[in-house]
Write a protein that binds this ligand. Sequence first.
Ligand SMILES: O=C([O-])[C@@H](O)[C@@H](O)[C@H](O)[C@@H](O)C(=O)[O-]
Ligand SMILES: [Mg+2]
Length: 446
Amino acid sequence: MSDSPVITDVKVIPVTGYDSMLLNIAGAHSCFFSRVLLVITDSAGHSGVGEIPATQVVQKILQNAAPYLIGQKITRLNALVAELHQRDLRDEHPDMQPFPQARAWDLERHYNAVAAVEAALLDLMGQFLNEPVAELLGAGKQRDEVPVLGYLFYIADRQRADMPYQPGRQDQHPWYHLRHQQAMGIDEVVRLAEAAQDRYGFKDFKLKGGVQRGETEIETAIALKKRFPEARVTVDPNASWSLDQAITLCRGMGDVLSYVEDPCGAENGYSGRETLAEFKRATGLPVATNMIANDWRQLNHALQLNAIDIPLADPHFWTMRSAATIGQLCHEWRLTMGCHSNNHFDISLAMLAHLGASAPGDITSFDTHWIWQDGQYLTKEPLQIREGKISLPDKPGFGIELDWEKVEAANRLYNSLPVKDRDDTVPMQYLIDGWQFNPKQATLLR
Ligand SMILES: O=C([O-])[C@@H](O)[C@@H](O)[C@H](O)[C@@H](O)C(=O)[O-]
Ligand SMILES: [Mg+2]
């Protein structure tokens, strides 16, 4: 039997940072975004860490899992994660509410909690074996650098909200100023892309849509492609367009859009998987999703219908190892591996870097919101995006070390917030009085 270290401590730490007033179909991002860190310590003196989206329910789930984890060997990683999945920790939380309708595409459930446990244990296993996490996933480490895209948003005028949005800094690269300023016009978004490209070297871009008229969003994509002819450009309206509208907007756009992300969704008695299949047939454009293929059963239905080409396998709800398995399946089945994102800190940046490094064959540039948070580090030597790629550190585990002073400060900020869970409706109501979410109506068309 192995001399596996055993788990000696489990810490659940909610942390908050600052964000810009980014628009999406659910409203406007608050000036704050929150995440949960799970830090697991073992008897060898190592600490492993995972990061997931913050909700109060997920924190309770993790706190309840802690006594069960303490005393377990870290080499029981597979069994521990399987057991947590099977227990379906929701059952132990009758107070757990379904995710608010406004963010129906973001999977919460207990998978986020299991993903955090698995990530922290993988980090510990990597340190125990003296191997990077990427070597413990899928087919092992395939690459040292992972391509990521420039994730662009329309940005609202923060000065219209009575919230402490940051003004941005003018003593650094222009990106760090521009990312806080209003950007609603096509030229302004192209300017944002130029600054992001200059700072991070992006090759590819994604525009978050579902905000303005579909025609305006397509014109923005055309302008981005004109400015960056070599880029893979995509738009993601989060299924807010009808099938007919999506086809009208995207048909014949193959020279602009390399793929389209969730152009349409469920409507008139047809599921999102069915409408995406029809969209693909009508336009011939590849489709990516983080909305209708988010567990194995959904993925199976999506593939049977030939509804998607690019599953965006986010390790924060798929878990690192299941997302890595999707990477392997994509390679074998001639699909393309991609990765969904939300606002995140630098621990998640490391998670997606190791995931991407383990994916065999060609992958499409991973999504990351990191450029909106860059500078708010919780680790001592954060991974960096250079030339549109994240380089893996030559270190065991995730290769990161928490900066505890920064973590404690981010935790104090979280504790000071009167409202803890994300709700994009609240900032949006500063822009449009009484604004309410409608999954089929662009944010500003009220
Ligand atoms: O950050 C956002 O506003 C995004 O809209 C996010 O919540 C989505 O989950 C995501 O990025 C997506 O690709 O759908
Ligand atoms: Mg999406």
